[in-house]
Design a protein around this ligand. Structure first.
Ligand code: MG
Length: 386
């Protein structure tokens, strides 16, 4: 069963899945393999932690900003609706979208950069690889295997990018990087749905936080166009409704373009099956030229005016300091780690030397929520806190 009856010939079909690392009997009749992947992700510990992890705005700054959890839900919603329109496998795309940020550190990109720096001599830290590590190794939920034992197609989608060096160590999911092939269309779509989601919700969050004004945002053509249209159609509309109406229309235009441009590319390339998608010279899922340029413009605006706003930079430098100090304290003295993480560090050190020891520390820190990291930092550095 499972999956819509109308799957396109180039969609992933679970009947042709490359399967799971640890073979399992098929799921009970009410759901398919990719739906089982999705359900395992939703029930995972790492997924629940996303509610207290952030990308740009740190959790305690306000209750209305996106967290990684709400971000992941928005990504899944965008991915699913585009999949439906293109005859792709919605369950697979949804699973990839929900899992795509599982490996993120606390404090968003600031946390990832800091942890990567700490791990420089020990193989580095990359959130994509960490997401794969979470679903392959770190989740402890099943008696018969480590991790979530997801299908190959889901794991491949989670590993969005990867260096050749790392790819060589990853087995089946690393192969496509070595062969310079594309992932499935569902994986390509999940990747772009991520961009669509954050580009648009960061406009909303940036305005809400007062980091940018609607006047400044009018430098972004995509925003200005819909801002004009909404103001003309609803003169005197309240600021809040205006913003939401504009963002809603921006997402709609971008997703519509994504579907139409992808459909046109699929028609032109006419891939016979998933194998043809993989060996196609470039990704088939994508925007048309105009929206690609406008989307990039919005992304650049956000980078310059929101992510590099002094208020954000102050918060991110604090966050980086927390991550760095936690790493140095744990790595310098494993006895400061909670028992299970200390045991993991000793085990990995015995197997892989200092790089193993560092990896276990990075696993612990990467799993922390923003507020847990802050609390743990206090427990380590503030003598009044135990
Ligand atoms: Mg994301």
């Amino acid at each position: 069963m499972a999956g819509p009856a109308t799957l396109a010939r180039y969609a992933c079909d679970e009947a042709r899945s490359r399967g799971r690392r640890h073979p399992e009997p098929p799921p009970a009749g009410h759901r398919g393999e990719y739906q089982r992947d999705r359900d395992r992700i939703v029930h995972s510990t790492a997924f629940r932690r996303l509610v207290y992890k952030t990308q740009v705005f740190v959790n305690h700054e306000g209750d209305l900003y996106r967290t990684r959890l709400t971000h992941s839900l928005e990504v899944a919603q965008i991915g699913r609706s585009a999949c439906g329109a293109l005859g792709l496998n919605e369950s697979l795309c949804e699973a990839i979208c929900l899992a795509h940020d599982l490996g993120h550190t606390p404090f968003g990109h600031a946390g990832q950069d800091a942890l990567n720096e700490c791990m420089r001599d020990h193989g580095g830290f990359e959130h994509n690889l960490q997401s794969l590590r979470v679903v392959d190794e770190l989740e402890e939920r099943y008696a018969e295997f480590p991790g979530l034992n997801l299908t190959f197609e889901c794991r491949e989608g989670i590993l969005k990018h990867c260096s050749q060096k790392n790819a060589a160590t990853l087995g089946d999911v690393g192969e496509r990087f070595l062969r310079r092939e594309q992932p499935s269309l569902e994986a390509q779509l999940a990747n772009i749905a991520d961009e669509v989601a954050y580009n648009n919700h960061d406009v909303d969050d940036g305005l809400r936080a007062g980091l940018v004004s609607t006047r400044e945002l009018r430098e972004v053509r995509l925003f200005a166009r819909h801002h004009d249209a909404v103001e003309a159609r609803y003169p005197g509309i309240s600021e809040r409704r205006l913003i939401h109406e504009v963002v809603r229309r921006m997402i709609n235009e971008v997703v519509t373009d994504l579907i139409e441009s992808t459909r046109a590319r699929l028609e032109a390339a006419a891939p016979a099956d998933v194998a043809a998608v993989r060996t196609h010279g470039s990704p088939l899922v994508g925007f048309g030229e105009r929206i690609a340029a406008e989307h990039l413009e919005a992304k650049r605006f956000l980078r310059e005016r929101v992510y590099r706003h002094f208020r954000v930079v102050r918060m991110t430098t604090k966050a980086q300091r927390v991550v760095r100090e936690l790493f140095d304290a744990f790595f310098g003295d494993l006895r400061t780690l909670p028992d299970e993480h200390r045991d993991a560090a000793r085990r990995l050190e015995a197997a892989h030397g200092p790089a193993g020891r560092a990896r276990a520390v990075a696993d612990y820190i990467a799993g922390m929520t923003d507020r847990y990291a802050i609390r743990e930092h206090e427990r380590l550095f503030d003598p009044r806190v135990s």
